[in-house]
Write a protein of this length. Structure first.
Length: 282
């Protein structure tokens, strides 16, 4: 097993390599020199030789976003561990979120895996295979401090925002609301900031990061946290068991040697065992 100190150093090196990535909407998978070297450590087959290609959807802080010209975040750091174990570098593609439900970019050979703060659901399992859960997620109702909104129940009759194609939007609809859909988490929060909506329903970790900005914290507050029993997982193409197992091993090792806790505190906040999903089948 890699020692904590050694693993930290290797994580740092992998993250530095990630910093130079160019974000594109998609790429061809046949420009890797004829397919040579597409088998990584452990017999994992990759769509491109020498790299682990990750589909994501930006921005979604603190899981993945562009900071100082670099794609960084909790998901990015965890997948860097997988790439490090496979002896390759992580390459990130920014793609539409709807592709994560269908597995389209995995099936077409654009990406090896998807990492986008994605909730594990039975519906999504029909199209993709999930890793072990790596994060316990809750939804939050975020509103202006002067709105009079103190709970989810107060959203009735209000204009509510949510990110399109997400479980936050699904939950709002399941409770009888008709939320305004926004393309990204940044757009949702900007919609609240600019008065396009009265409140938003969105993943709590996103809110945590947003409220670190004092101007946001002065004007907005979490009216209620809703435990919807959600867990995040990474996805691979159906039947890609070797890569799924490699992801699960990296997550388990990171839990065991303290790397997960360190990354959690760096990107999410104070570490809580209950907020960190155990590496067991979902």
């Amino acid at each position: 097993m890699i020692t904590l100190l050694g693993r930290r150093a290797r994580v740092l090196a992998a993250t530095t390599a990630t910093a130079g990535l160019v974000l594109v909407a998609g790429c061809s998978s046949d420009d890797d020199g004829g397919g040579a070297g597409k088998t990584a450590a452990g017999g994992v087959e990759l769509v491109k030789g020498g790299q682990l290609t990750t589909c994501t959807h930006l921005p979604y802080p603190p899981f993945q976003s562009e900071i100082d010209g670099k794609v960084q975040g909790f998901d990015v750091a965890l997948i860097d561990l997988v790439a490090d174990d496979l002896g390759v570098q992580q390459e990130i593609l920014d793609t539409p979120f709807e592709n994560f439900k269908t597995g389209a970019f995995l099936n077409s050979g654009e990406c090896d895996l998807a990492a986008a703060g994605m909730t594990i659901t039975d519906e999504r399992k029909k199209n993709v295979d999930f890793s072990d859960p790596y994060f316990e997620a809750t939804q939050a109702v975020l509103a202006d401090k002067d709105s009079g909104i103190a709970s989810f129940a107060d959203l009735k009759g209000k204009k509510v925002g949510a990110q399109a194609q997400t479980t936050g939007e699904d939950y709002a609809k399941s409770q009888g609301l008709d939320p305004v859909s926004f393309e990204s988490s940044d757009a949702v929060l900007n919609g609240l900031r600019t008065g396009q909506v009265d409140a938003v329903v969105i993943d709590y970790p996103v809110v945590q990061g947003w409220l670190k900005d004092q101007a946001n914290a002065d004007a907005f507050e979490v009216a209620e946290q809703i435990n919807t029993g959600e867990q995040y997982g990474f996805t691979v193409k159906k039947g890609n068991d070797k890569l799924r197992e490699a992801i699960n091993k990296a997550l388990a090792d990171a839990k065991a040697d303290g790397t997960y806790k360190e990354l959690y505190e760096q990107w999410i906040g104070p570490y809580d065992e209950d907020a960190a999903a155990s590496p067991a089948a979902s």
